[in-house]
Design a protein around this ligand. Structure first.
Ligand SMILES: Nc1nc2c(ncn2[C@@H]2O[C@H](COP(=O)(O)OP(=O)(O)OP(=O)(O)O)[C@@H](O)[C@H]2O)c(=O)[nH]1
Length: 479
């Protein structure tokens, strides 16, 4: 063989060797290999300061404006909104009254018993779960003709709230601090399946296209919705490649970071319930019936009373007399009065009377429970829009909380859109998160509505309401 031939062979071998090395390096970059030995990297706190187990945060309406997240692209536009009796919600399922709910054992101690620091002139007898007598409705059943309310005046037959004399039984309220921590177990049980399956997929090494599709499917099945899923998967792919994620702990930390980001921890989740200088804060609780509006209003009243606020309840859900009874019972158990009307009274009239009474009594907060049992979107528009307009003849509504049932998934979103079109929603309460493995709805609701989830319902118990904290929620999700 000639020298030239040898040179040619050597050159070919060199080129082959270089190609092999380059190919190997490129291959390695796309792989994730798990080596359990490396010490876990400290997780960067991207939670925006939300600490698991923090208490409820209250702010004053008009001063704290939640930055509105741009309303995301709507992912499912098929189907009609489920409102009223057309909704696919088991609205008429048997309901449990508060008196049938076993309350948590009284907490002796540390956190100051709430009734003590709250409503004045209310003694603190031992908790007794007896059905209180419900007095006759006190608000006249009169329709509010909007133009006539230009010069608002207090009702001639005063909407005397139920006297505290008739409500001698005041509950102990579980401390509001650390609620989510205490209730986190309920989330974990139902949610962690999703987190485990994601960690399994992402930590499984060789992530090819099929694996990424599986990650995507898992997120979709968990109800994150297609828009959020796309964002989450893109962020995971990009960061896994650029950060050379290798260990199981690194995969977990990255997933945690991306999911927390997708929950927009920077949103203001405080409840605008702090009183103004000359009038109470006004909160409107809206949503389809059966989602947990009355229960949430009652639970929120307890939290506010526990925070030392004087609360007045407005039972503007006049569709069902039992709803007003239920609300009044919640109120009586924490020493909050209730303004109510006759069955089928004009909800706007009751709401107006409640706000007027709240101003007159100088309470800190007026919580108004509304009806969601409406047959059509137009009916809902008319009624809720009117309630809000009429209230605003007396005072600005500080917070409109939309209550959504987490267990009904996409239907809840459709309802949410309808309500968002009718009233300017400032926060969402996601109830029944204890009863679903589809916690991903939290992501979708925020994305679609552009308003933060502020509170979550984690059970039927009187104190099973917690502030929503993205980091704590994701931790529960990841198990
Ligand atoms: N598991 C669970 N059940 C809840 C939660 N919140 C409410 N519920 C239950 O949901 C049912 C309906 O609650 P309500 O408060 O009556 O619902 P509503 O929206 O006021 O309904 P209407 O009065 O018919 O308008 C009740 O049995 C509540 O105990 C929650 O977070 N978890």
């Amino acid at each position: 063989m000639t020298a030239e031939a040898w040179i040619l062979i050597a050159a070919a071998a060199a080129i082959l060797l270089i190609a092999l090395v380059v190919g190997f390096v490129l291959y390695r970059r796309r792989q994730i290999s798990l080596t359990a030995t490396k010490a876990p990297t400290a997780v960067e706190d991207r939670s925006g300061g939300y600490k698991a187990g923090g208490g409820f945060s209250f702010s004053q309406g008009g001063t704290a404006t939640a930055p509105r997240q741009p309303v995301g692209e709507r992912t499912d536009v098929d189907g009609q909104p489920g409102v009223g009796d057309d909704a696919a919600v088991p609205r008429d399922a048997p309901k449990r009254g508060i008196t049938e709910i076993r309350l948590p054992d009284p907490v002796v101690d540390e956190a100051t018993p709430v009734a003590e620091k709250s409503a004045p002139a209310v003694d603190k007898p031992a908790p007794v779960a007896s059905e209180p007598a419900v007095s006759e409705p006190v608000v006249e059943d009169r329709a509010v003709e909007e133009p006539l309310v230009e010069e608002p005046k207090l009702p001639t037959a005063p909407a005397t709230p139920q006297s505290l004399d008739t409500a001698p039984t005041i509950d102990e309220i579980a401390p509001t601090e650390g609620r989510l921590d205490r209730l986190r177990g309920r989330l974990s049980r139902s949610q962690s399946a999703v987190g485990k399956s994601l960690l399994g997929l992402l930590g499984g090494g060789d992530l090819d296209e099929d694996s990424w599709e599986e990650v995507e499917d898992t997120l979709l099945i968990a109800d994150l919705g297609s828009a959020v899923t796309t964002t989450v998967v893109a962020a995971l792919r990009e960061r896994m490649a650029t950060r050379n994620v290798r260990t199981e702990a690194e995969v977990r930390a990255l997933l945690r970071e991306v999911l927390i980001e997708a929950l927009h921890p920077e949103l203001d989740r405080s409840i605008r319930a702090l009183p103004h200088d000359d009038h109470p804060s006004i909160l409107l609780v809206v949503g389809v019936n059966g989602t947990g509006k009355t229960t949430t209003t009652g639970k929120l009243a307890r939290v506010l009373v526990a925070d030392g606020r004087r609360v007045l309840l407005g039972a503007a859900d006049t569709f069902r007399a039992a709803a007003a009874d239920q609300l009044q019972t919640w109120g009586e158990r924490v020493g909050a009065d209730t303004v109510r009307g006759k069955e089928h009274a004009d909800p706007a009239s009751v709401a107006f009377d409640a706000v007027s009474k709240g101003i007159e009594l100088g309470v800190d907060v007026v919580l108004i429970d509304t009806a969601g049992r409406l047959h059509t979107k137009t009916g809902l528009m008319d009624e809720l829009g009117k309630v809000k307009r009429v209230i605003e003849k007396r005072a600005t509504v500080d917070e409109v909380l939309l209550v959504l049932d987490a267990t009904i998934g996409q239907n809840g979103l459709m309802q949410a859109r309808v309500f968002a079109d009718v009233v300017a929603i400032s926060g969402v309460v996601l109830t029944k998160l204890d009863g679903t493995a589809k916690g991903g709805i939290v992501f979708q609701v925020q994305h679609e509505l552009g308003v933060p989830v502020k509170l979550v319902g984690l059970g039927e118990g009187a104190d099973d309401l917690a502030p929503f904290e993205p980091a704590a929620f994701v931790d529960a999700l990841l198990g």
